[in-house]
Write a protein that binds this ligand. Structure first.
Ligand code: BG6
Length: 512
């Protein structure tokens, strides 16, 4: 028997959505060009969406449909290799409409264009509106779409209208709740698709398959066997061209409130009654509600923030955050956050969850590591239980999507030599090629009307309320409660002070 991991697929559920049109607001922007258009093309080329389909790009930039199509071709070419005839068949379904988002005349033209394209491509009135625009425009834009009658759905589910929005959903509990109320006035919850693209990543979804489609893991997935959990989202890039956004946001709002909390929820939640959207989303919000609130007077011992100083990135000198273009020279925005969380429920009481995320760390790497307890007793005298490394199950989210389990094994030979042995499988080796982009899965789910991997309003509000004491302490620059903003050298694993989070418990961050 060789040691390669093999996969034999037995069950494959593939659903095709009903014909529909996708209206992309912000079509000339970065997200549309880098992610959305290539993802739509890929779904189309893989025949996962029906041929009765069109894309209508909308933005303020003056551009003709011919010019937009050129951009679509370029966006596709940058992301994938497409057969020319496939690419042209897709591009023929793309059109562009320029206009001011708040001009009633624009919405009247949009309504007319949608009706015409719907008739031409046979989409039966179904439409997705993807708002790839600044979040400050969500409420007003949705209001305009509603006023123009564009969000009205057919009777008895004959046709549907859905709206996709991207995080950040507000910047604290109050603003998120206000946004929720504003869009909730004109849209039903089942028309709103709030994207957290981490939920579209293959390995993040695989947490659920691993836990609930196998009998071996779930019995161990609790305080009896798990010592602690570590979740890391490390990026080697700095703030890049997004300083304007990041100076307003910071890492806690940009990554923790959403991506890290979602990874935590899927790892820690109870088994849902079924994979139906609301069953899964009920469990997600339930486990977040069980997260112990940060102690307002002692934030600094639970959550640590840092900001990168000059250092190195990918072998080259990298500037300090404060020296980046459009960043204030005295900026107090955090580019690194590490936290210790506890979950007060029967399953997890007493098991710490250590979470960390940062920019300008040594490399891009996201993982969820479940560290199991040590053996209770060693029969291998003179080895003590602590000489035998505890088992660790690592779910690698990126860049090497896969799963690895470290066990203790005997080295062949007469002597008693033990060591760590890692059983590892890598998606690329087993399934071939790169896993599909998160946006492909999420766009497809939206067209299918499956909200499982989209955030519900209550989840967003619970996540913000958990961070409320932290945001409060940080905004007051109250170092007594909040702790300082620690500098760390670009290209290192964050400020040393973060080591104290697991360190105080006699643990340490995993060496990646
Ligand atoms: C986004 C954040 O949501 O996620 C970015 O706004 C971050 O700051 C990005 O760089 C990371 O996503 P990924 O898929 O590259 O890990």
């Amino acid at each position: 028997m060789d040691s390669a991991v093999t996969a034999r697929l037995k069950v494959c559920v593939e659903l095709t959505p009903k014909p529909c049109g996708v209206v992309v607001f912000g079509a000339s922007g970065d997200l549309a060009q880098r992610k959305l258009l290539p993802a739509l093309f890929s779904l189309w080329a893989r025949k996962l969406i029906p041929p009765s389909f069109f894309v209508l790009g909308c933005a303020r930039t003056a551009m003709t449909t011919a010019e937009f199509r050129e951009k679509v071709r370029a966006a596709i070419a940058r992301r994938c290799t497409a057969r020319p005839e496939e690419c042209e068949a897709f591009v023929r379904r793309c059109a562009y409409l320029a206009g001011e988002y708040f001009d009633p005349a624009f919405h009247a033209t949009l309504a007319k264009t949608l009706a015409e394209s719907g008739a031409e491509f046979g989409t039966g009135g179904n439409a997705v509106f993807y708002l790839a625009v600044p979040p400050s425009l969500y409420g007003a834009l949705v209001g305009r779409l509603s006023a123009a009658g564009l969000l009205r759905q057919g009777e008895n589910g004959e046709s549907w209208r859905r709206v996709v929005i991207e995080k950040p959903f507000g910047r604290d509990l109050a603003s998120a709740a206000a946004l929720g109320r504003e869009i909730g006035r004109v849209l039903a919850e089942d028309q709103i698709y709030r994207i957290d693209h981490y939920l579209g990543k293959e390995t993040v979804q695989n947490v659920l398959m691993l836990r609930f489609a196998n009998a071996v893991f779930e019995p161990l997935w609790n305080r009896r066997y798990v010592d602690h959990v570590q979740i890391t989202v490390a990026e080697s890039i700095g703030v890049e061209h997004r300083a304007g956004y990041f100076e307003e946001t910071g890492l806690l709002r940009d990554m923790f409130q959403n991506h890290l909390f979602m990874m935590l929820s899927l790892t820690a939640m109870e088994p849902p009654a079924s994979f139906a959207a609301d069953n899964v989303r009920n469990e997600i919000v339930k486990v977040l509600r069980a997260v112990r609130p940060f102690p307002a007077e002692d934030i600094r011992n639970w959550i640590v923030r840092g900001q990168y100083a000059a250092g190195e990135a990918e072998g080259k000198a990298a500037p300090a955050y404060r020296a980046e273009k459009n960043v204030a020279p005295d900026s107090r925005i955090e580019t690194y956050v590490a936290a210790k969380l506890g979950i007060d429920n029967w399953r997890w009481k007493g098991v710490p969850f250590y979470l960390r995320a940062g920019k300008r760390l040594p490399r891009r790497m996201s993982e969820i590591a479940i560290a199991f307890k040590s053996v209770p007793h060693s029969i291998f005298i003179p080895l003590l239980p602590e000489d035998l490394s505890p088992n660790v199950l690592v779910l690698n989210v990126q860049p090497e999507e896969g799963v690895a389990l470290t066990i203790q094994a005997k080295q062949p030979g007469a002597k008693l030599c033990m060591g760590d042995l890692t059983m590892k499988f890598n998606y690329r080796d087993v399934f071939g090629g790169e896993p599909p982009e998160a946006y492909e899965r999420l766009l497809l789910d939206c067209m299918l009307g499956d909200q499982t991997l989209f955030l519900r309003e209550d989840t967003i509000e619970v996540a913000w309320s958990l961070l409320a004491p932290v945001l409060d302490a940080w905004s007051r620059a109250d170092e007594e409660r909040a702790g300082p903003l620690y500098p760390y050298r670009a290209g290192t694993w964050g400020p040393e002070e973060a080591d104290a989070l697991p360190g105080r418990d006699g643990r340490e961050w995993r060496a990646p």
